[in-house]
Write a protein that binds this ligand. Structure first.
Ligand code: GLU
Length: 367
């Protein structure tokens, strides 16, 4: 079923590639898996997002059994990542496939300039038939500034490069209507066309042993992709030829909506950590609903900390999130022009700025 897709991001969870007891790479698994990759590489562009660095390196960080301290996890990732990348290089070399390593941080998908940089790098690797092997840069990531799970990282990479398929490999076949470990009669959901509250609730209780994500983050990843014209498959890495044999029978497939919005708006919609907020009055709320720009006259309050070019959330007077956009002014200047007419901006700020706080091209409504 994956024949028709052209650009595929494959995310491999820690439990798929690392043996939970020995904390070593499952050598036979990766050998077999690379055969699947080699088949796909012939006529598709592939990106691999691979977890496991922390679990793999944990053998060397002996003092801490459960790796609770951040610095132990970071050190563990530093040890594990080098081995992980080398294994991919070795195994894919047998198929004459070259690989490259990219370690990304949250900012590489959240800050547009960096996002475009990472995108260009991946495109250049693809032009040269090299498979990017990606992980989060865990050695420098701290709790506040990390993805934390590679499911969402993979979804953001898929979005970044306009992939049409994301495959999330796990230790389960897909999403079940009940937790399959606790309920023998749990049934797998084969196809999903919309992620609603019910699906999110079901996913909450289904996690995996080694990875940090579980089903909840996989659903979040599928949601990001669905909004971007990218289909998502959750499938079991223990199946024989898990990639080429993936189908609704042995997986859960989340079909994307058919009309992806423009890439700038997509990027805005999926932004994880907006820098600030702007609260608007009823008039501005109406204007935004009618796809107009946000003018200073309609602002009643600002919050957070943002500079020009940062992403901010727009709130209604009832504090409901109504849109997200790129600020044309920093917070200090925005505060000075709250509620005023655009033609007065120059007098107040002493320079000629934009008439709009957020231009309609930089604004996306939440539906
Ligand atoms: N980046 C983490 C690692 O390589 C994995 C995060 C996850 O479990 O999704 O260990």
């Amino acid at each position: 079923m994956i024949d028709k897709y052209k650009k595929i991001v494959i995310k491999i969870g820690s439990s798929s590639i690392i043996d939970s007891k020995t904390k070593n790479i499952k050598s036979k698994w990766i050998t077999d898996f690379c055969k699947d990759i080699a088949k796909l590489q012939k006529n598709k562009k592939i990106v691999i997002v691979c977890s496991g660095a922390i679990a793999l390196g944990s053998n060397s960080i002996k003092k801490r059994k459960n790796l609770r301290r951040l610095e132990d996890k970071q050190a563990s990732a530093a040890v594990g990542q080098i081995e992980l990348a080398y294994k991919w290089k070795q195994k894919l070399k047998n198929h004459r496939i070259n690989v490259a390593q990219l370690l990304l941080t949250l900012d590489d998908s959240e800050i547009r300039r960096r996002y475009l940089n990472a995108r260009k790098t991946i495109n250049s690797l693809h032009e040269n038939n090299i498979i990017p092997i990606i992980n989060e840069n865990d050695t420098v990531a701290t709790e506040e500034i990390r993805y934390g799970d590679n499911d969402r990282l993979a979804a953001r990479v898929a979005q970044m490069i306009d992939a049409d398929l994301l495959i999330l490999l796990s230790d389960v076949d897909g999403l079940y209507d009940k937790n399959p470990i606790k309920n023998k009669n749990a049934k797998k959901i084969n196809e999903i066309f919309k992620i609603d509250k019910k699906i999110e609730q079901i996913a909450k209780n289904q996690s995996s042993e080694l990875g940090s994500g579980g089903m909840a983050t996989k659903i979040l990843a599928a949601k990001i992709c669905m909004n971007n014209g990218c289909t998502t498959i959750i499938t079991n890495s223990n199946n024989k030829n898990p990639l080429v044999k993936a189908s609704p029978k042995n997986s859960t497939i989340f079909y994307s909506n058919k009309t992806p919005s423009s890439s700038r708006k997509q990027w805005l919609l999926n932004h994880l950590h907006p820098s600030g907020t702007i609260t608007v009055d009823e008039g501005a709320l109406k204007a935004i609903k009618n796809n107009k720009s946000l003018l200073p006259a309609g602002i009643t309050d600002v919050g957070g900390k943002f500079s020009r070019g940062d992403i901010i959330t727009i709130l209604s007077s009832k504090r409901k999130k109504i849109a997200i956009g790129i600020a044309a002014y920093d917070i200090a200047d925005t505060k000075k022009i709250i509620g005023i007419k655009s033609k007065e901006i120059k007098n107040i700020l002493g320079y000629e700025g934009r008439d709009e706080i957020i231009h309609k091209d930089d604004l996306v409504k939440f539906t």
